[in-house]
Design a binder for this molecule. Sequence first.
Ligand SMILES: Nc1nc2c(ncn2[C@@H]2O[C@H](COP(=O)(O)OP(=O)(O)OP(=O)(O)O)[C@@H](O)[C@H]2O)c(=O)[nH]1
Length: 327
Amino acid sequence: MTTHKRVPVTIVTGFLGAGKTTLINEIGKQTNEKIAYIINEFGDIGIDGQLVERTEEEIIEVNNGCICCNVRGDLIKTLSTLLFSKKEGLIEFDRVVIETTGLADPAPVVQTFLMYPEMMEAFEVDSVCTIVDVQNISYHLDQKDESIYQIAFADVLIFNKTDLSSEQELNNLTNRINAINPTAKRIFTNHSRININEILGVYAFDLQEKLAIDPNLMKQIHRPHHNDDVVSVALEGQQPLDMKKVNLWFSYLVELKGESLYRYKGILNIQGETNRLIFQGVHMLLASDRGREWSKDETKKSELIFIGTGLDKDTLQEQFESCIAEG
Ligand SMILES: Nc1nc2c(ncn2[C@@H]2O[C@H](COP(=O)(O)OP(=O)(O)OP(=O)(O)O)[C@@H](O)[C@H]2O)c(=O)[nH]1
């Protein structure tokens, strides 16, 4: 029997809006393990960290870019700090779960655990779990190489949002994905509701298999990716917003920009509301939800992030300001 003495690391990847944070929340609901979460977002404002429900866990947000390239140094620093804090008895954790940005290539993230002695000694990759948004993945595969790398590199493929796809569409999609990665374990679900024992403690990561996919994995070579056509625009403001105007603005965005808007999400301060309004969008699908109550000692504010192609910050800023409530 193999014993695993190092801290297991689960890497959760998948294209923008696929259901990664939803899975993180599902892990939180089911596990008794102490988990340190590292959440990397594409954009200047971290929304996901605020949407993770188990707040007593160690949640570290790494923003300012994508973990697989310009912030890889930040990832190593974060992991080193976690190790140090654990050694000093300041925190406890049995596992690390990393949520990458939806545009990350998982190979360089995995590389972190295979190339740096301090990391190799302390951590072991348990599995790379890729969430596949069955409603949008065909479009993403046509448009973005990152979604191909994420699928190719998976040990476990979670086909999510099956509630939004017909059986026929799912069959066609499975055939297309089989051609990219025929060996990964497959799980079909919606709202990332899986038995987490299917992804945690499975030790499915197989270096030889990964080298067959990417012979450069152990070298410092980084394939070019997310060419700068995908941008993120972050907006922030403290003045309360008018719900009716926000609805009109979002209808306009969904209708006219839905295709190029890969992901948009945020927390809104709506006039007259005691609770935060959470909105989440992936292309044409937009949902909103009442979040927790604003606490007395926090400043009420709205924070929004838009990720897509052809986005103009000034126009979005102007539209955002036009939603400010009067009086
Ligand atoms: N209908 C449907 N909606 C889902 C499902 N899974 C997740 N969602 C919704 O899809 C949106 C995106 O889910 P997230 O879990 O935030 O996706 P993500 O991959 O973390 O997104 P990014 O971190 O922005 O890339 C949210 O509004 C979810 O509630 C599903 O199976 N079916």
